[in-house]
Design a protein. Structure first.
Length: 729
């Protein structure tokens, strides 16, 4: 929730597959042709009439006896996907979602077997006609059509490698016998130095002695195999060989459905009891689809709020306990502050306050990102997915029963759904990269303003066609059926990439209404642009800011606040009226412009906002700051936390003796906490901080997420700190 993921990816161009290695067909005991087993695939894939041309597999349903043997393997396809370990990797083209835990089995050869022998002993149908399934199909005029039909294409896990689109997956190698201690940056640098070629993707599974690397063409891949095979690195002799592309998880799910459908048909023809392959889902009453969706997007929705608070506090205790254990392991001095505090606080190194509750529990989100795709009934739908792409889900469900979404946002989503259902343009297909309608983002404010941003893939539309579509959308919400939702602002984001979730940097085209909407927070008014970051729960954010101001301490009129990752300036501006000066630092230029506009809008004259890298600006700020100025750092960084170079710059800023960190994902930002408190070393020579206290603030009721507010202060027991403050004061 609350912009929980930030995934940027680049698209790629076009090529052919020259890596597949095929196993020869073998005779079964009953004389029928059966393909060799597919390593890692369950038995039913050996018998289903499923072709996976990219890998060279050709499986056939044979006899009723063999069909019966494999029927039990059909009953739990979710288990099959987990056991097979074939979730999709996140390619640079990002058309397919990633999985860090699974890779396909590499093939041994690099040559392509271009001509497969036709199958022998082709079985006959009941009416005596020859069954040509699996062979090239003939069209009405007798010409051979080797293109797969739509149903087979959708169910081929490797079909994405055959389209006229580039994917680096077809130019992949596996490197084996890597050193036990092999860092990602070191590994990537070794490849670049050895090959003088920049790879597209580098995947180094944690703790593994192998890695996967993809390239832009076959020439680069062959060069990599020749150069890296036998190369000695860190005492290990490396081996390299081609690797198969990963299968598309959505196509795998479609393949299961197609296989099951064909097995039922064959079972009926063979007088086999079709009930033998009935799946377990029919044995119990299935949850209503709206209830299932609530379990996905708001997993704690059916728990009392007090229980939700206990769960979130328990999660934060676990994270702080882990941090304490890590710090104990790296502390140099005996009887250090970590040992002292953890002894008093049941194993955690700081005070953890009770979770701050949200003032509003339902309909609190002021920003909602909906997916536009096919629903369970196949109709174009605006809503949320029931699962992730890597789990094989692509369909969405309407948000009408979602308790964290406002009625206004639901109405806008419904209005857009009506529009796209009447449109002849299909929804975007993640698997095939066809279609047009991708996502809808709806923002609403306490003032009653609403903004909608429609992400659109133009495919091969002309400029005139795009302009015509923009005009139709605008008229629909001005004078058509959509006018009742009274949109304040409407944007279209033209997305030319095939990235999952689109390209966040794609330009926004204003097509109707005002260019901005406005929100009220802590008595101030804030301008919001289409790409502005703003906390999703306004009322709970006010409680968060009040607490942060309290933690800043006394004598604020003499204090300078350094707002790192300031965004549109909300946090710094809310503090500006209480402190001497606010300096906001942000790398995104549009956000800085919004922050300056917000300062002017509220008549705030003691706030300055600077665009640039935080690690550079922090150094400049302290150079120009009068000596003995009291400086407090505050930061609300992106979900993954700050880059290590920013943490180092903060550590080097000795005059900053207090730091308040707002984390929306403490697990992802864990390394930041560790590096702030890490003892001095050859790499970091300046005084560390110590964690004083923390408090969870619930900005996301009914979900497992919450903000964690952490107060760090300089560790005055550090030798570096003692020397500096003795000199400074």
């Amino acid at each position: 929730m609350a912009d929980e993921e930030t995934d940027l990816a680049n698209g790629e161009g076009s090529s052919t597959n020259e890596q597949s290695s095929l196993l020869p067909e073998e005779k079964s005991s009953v004389g029928k042709v059966v393909s060799s087993p597919i390593p890692g695939f369950p038995p039913f894939f050996q018998f289903a009439k499923l072709q996976t041309e990219a890998s060279g597999w050709n499986s056939d349903v044979t006899t009723a006896t063999e069909f019966t043997r494999c029927s039990d393997a059909m009953t739990d396809t979710a288990s099959f996907v987990d056991n097979a370990g074939v979730s999709h990797d996140n390619a640079v083209d990002s058309s397919l979602s990633g999985s860090a835990a699974a890779e396909s089995t590499p093939v041994d050869g690099v040559d392509v077997i271009e001509n497969m022998e036709k199958r022998e002993n082709v079985p006959e149908q009941e009416d005596g006609e020859v069954n040509h399934e699996g062979l090239d199909k003939e069209d009405e005029d007798g010409a051979i059509n080797d293109e797969p039909d739509e149903e087979e294409a959708e169910s081929d896990p490797y079909f994405y490698t055959k389209r006229d689109e580039f994917t680096s997956e077809i130019y992949k190698i596996e490197l084996q016998n890597l050193p036990k201690k092999c860092g990602y940056k070191q590994f990537k640098k070794m490849i670049a130095n050895r090959l003088n070629v920049r790879p597209v993707k580098v995947k180094l599974p944690p703790g593994a002695n192998h890695a996967y690397v993809t390239f832009r063409n076959e020439e680069e891949r062959r060069l990599a195999i020749r150069s890296l095979s036998g190369h000695k690195w860190k005492g290990r002799v490396l081996s390299a060989k081609p690797a198969q592309p990963l299968p598309d998880p959505l196509a795998l799910q479609r393949a299961e459905g197609l296989a099951r459908k064909r097995m039922i048909q064959d079972a009926a023809r063979s007088n086999v009891d079709a009930k033998r392959i009935k799946v377990d889902e029919d044995e119990g009453e299935e949850l209503a689809i709206s209830v299932r969706l609530n379990h996905v997007v708001t997993p704690l929705w059916d728990q009392p709020y007090s229980k939700q608070m206990e769960t979130k506090r328990s999660n934060m205790l676990e994270i702080l306990g882990k941090l304490t254990r890590k710090l104990k392991a790296i502390m140099v001095l005996k009887n250090n502050w970590v040992e002292q505090e953890s002894a008093k606080r049941n194993g955690i190194c700081c005070e953890l306050l009770d979770c701050v509750e949200s003032p509003v529990l339902d309909g609190y989100r002021n920003k909602c990102e909906f997916t536009i795709a096919e629903g369970p009934d196949g109709a174009k739908t605006v809503g949320f997915r029931l699962g992730s792409y890597k789990e094989g889900y692509s369909g969405v469900v309407e948000p009408s029963e979602c308790i964290h979404i406002s009625d206004k946002a639901k109405a806008i989503a419904k209005a857009f759904q009506t529009y796209v259902r009447k449109s002849p343009l299909p929804v975007y297909d993640l698997c095939f990269h066809t279609g047009y309608w991708q996502t809808l983002t709806v923002r609403s404010t306490m003032y009653g303003d609403t903004m909608a941003v429609l992400q659109f893939s133009p495919q091969k539309m002309t400029k005139e066609e795009i302009e015509a579509e923009k005009e139709q959308i605008s008229e629909y919400f001005k004078t058509g059926e959509g006018k009742d939702v009274t949109l304040t602002s409407l944007y279209l984001q033209i997305n030319h990439t095939r990235a999952v979730g689109g390209n966040a940097e794609a330009p926004f085209v204003h097509i109707m209404g005002d260019e901005h909407i406005y929100e009220e927070l802590c008595g101030l008014k804030f301008r919001i642009s289409p790409d502005s970051f703003f906390q999703v729960n306004t009322k709970a954010t006010e409680k968060l800011f009040d607490l942060l101001k309290e933690w800043c301490g006394d004598h604020l009129d003499e204090t300078v606040v350094l707002d790192i990752c300031c965004g549109t300036g909300a946090l710094g501006l809310c503090l500006a009226q209480s402190v001497k000066r606010v300096i906001g630092v942000e790398i995104i230029e549009n956000a800085v412009e919004d922050a300056k506009a917000n300062a002017d809008l509220n008549g705030v004259s003691n706030a300055q906002f600077v665009c640039g890298k935080a690690e550079d600006i922090i150094v400049d700020v302290f150079k120009n700051m009068p000596r003995k100025t009291k400086i407090i750092g505050i930061m609300d960084p992106p979900r993954a936390g700050l880059h290590q170079s920013v943490i180092h710059a903060i550590r080097k800023s000795r005059r900053m003796d207090k730091l308040i960190y707002v984390s929306c994902n403490p697990s992802a930002a864990f390394v930041n906490f560790l590096d702030l408190c890490r003892p001095t070393s050859k790499r970091i020579k300046t005084a560390p901080f110590r964690l004083v206290k923390a408090v969870p603030v619930d900005l996301f009721p009914h979900t497992k997420h919450c903000e964690l507010l952490l107060l760090f202060e300089r560790d005055m027991t550090s030798v570096d700190a003692a020397k500096f403050y003795k000199w400074y004061y």
